[in-house]
Design a protein around this ligand. Structure first.
Ligand code: BV8
Length: 236
């Protein structure tokens, strides 16, 4: 096995499932009770901002609740990164802060962060752990009425795409964890990694939409599969 010098890891909602956070497309997932078009698009926010703010307020309250914490999968990624001498980039589709709380360092929240709010007037983002509403004032510009969740909705451009594609072009190992491979551009990252000649691995509860694109796959709960797989990874 050639030496592994550059790793990109992509995570999705499945890695946070054992921390008590719901996924999107599982039977008990978020999209089973509410429609994307009603709460996760700019049009929905323009049409019914209170509905959209409440959708994220409820998730934010859940996330800051005492019983939600990083699970062994988050911890294993942070521990591996700390001990890995090469380049390591964690790209998460998740808007929770469990990777940070586990100690991950070099990471990108490509779909934004639930614990941040962004001002529509000045563009400033601020940490935000309470409910968000129309009356809230931007800490930077002082204007009220423009604060929204700092989250990427459908039809909006994910963050730091240039940096992500640059890392994918350089990587020799791409590991996808806990994502169904339904949402683009994230679902296309495995193709970019293959083009770069990287080894591609899927660690998921069950085969994703893109399962056939991965050279290797191990299926099972992330809290067990991820620590075991990274503990056994020989980086040469
Ligand atoms: C873009 C943040 C272009 C919000 C999210 C028509 C109109 C507009 C756009 C489109 C369109 N048609 C297609 C598109 C593109 C669209 C898209 O891909 N749609 C899909 C549905 C077809 N994408 C976009 O719109 C993206 N933007 O394309 O912009 C553009 C170009 C130029 C200029 C401007 C714009 C933006 C997409 C981001 C949307 N925001 N989230 C929020 O969180 O509320 S997406 C949402 O889905 C989450 O981020 C989530 O992370 C992401 C992906 O879902 P998963 O993480 O994979 O979760 P899922 O439930 O699906 O799967 C969980 C998996 O875990 C399962 O496989 C399960 O088996 C596994 N699992 C469960 N338990 C465990 C487990 N695994 C391990 N262990 C366990 N215990």
């Amino acid at each position: 096995m050639a030496e592994t010098r550059s790793i990109v890891v992509l995570t999705g909602a499945g890695i946070s499932r054992e921390s008590g956070l719901h996924t999107f497309r599982d039977a008990d997932g978020i999209w089973a009770t509410v429609k994307v078009e009603e709460v996760a698009t700019p049009e929905a926010f323009a049409r019914d901002p209170v509905r959209v703010q409440e959708f994220y307020n409820a998730r934010r309250r859940g996330l800051v609740g005492a019983d939600v914490a990083p699970n062994p999968a988050h911890l294993a990624l942070a521990e591996f990164e700390a001990g890995f001498a090469g380049d390591f980039l964690l790209v998460t589709q998740n808007i929770d802060d469990l990777h940070e709380r586990a100690g991950s360092r070099n990471m990108i929240h490509m779909h934004g962060e639930l614990l941040k709010a962004r001002c529509g007037f000045c563009g400033n983002t601020a940490g935000w752990r309470n409910d968000l509403g129309a009356g809230d004032v931007c800490p930077a510009c002082g204007k009220a009425g423009g604060m929204r969740p700092h989250v990427v909705w459908f039809g909006e451009m994910p963050f730091e795409m240039d940096r992500i594609y640059a890392a994918l072009e350089e990587c020799d190992l791409f590991v996808s964890i806990g994502t169904s491979g339904n949402v683009y551009p994230a679902a296309g990252f495995v193709q970019a990694a293959r083009m770069a000649g990287a080894r591609t691995v899927e660690l998921n509860l069950e085969p994703s939409e893109g399962a056939t694109l991965f050279e290797e796959a191990i299926y099972g709960p992330a809290g067990t599969v991820v620590p075991d797989w990274f503990a056994a990874l020989d980086t040469g």
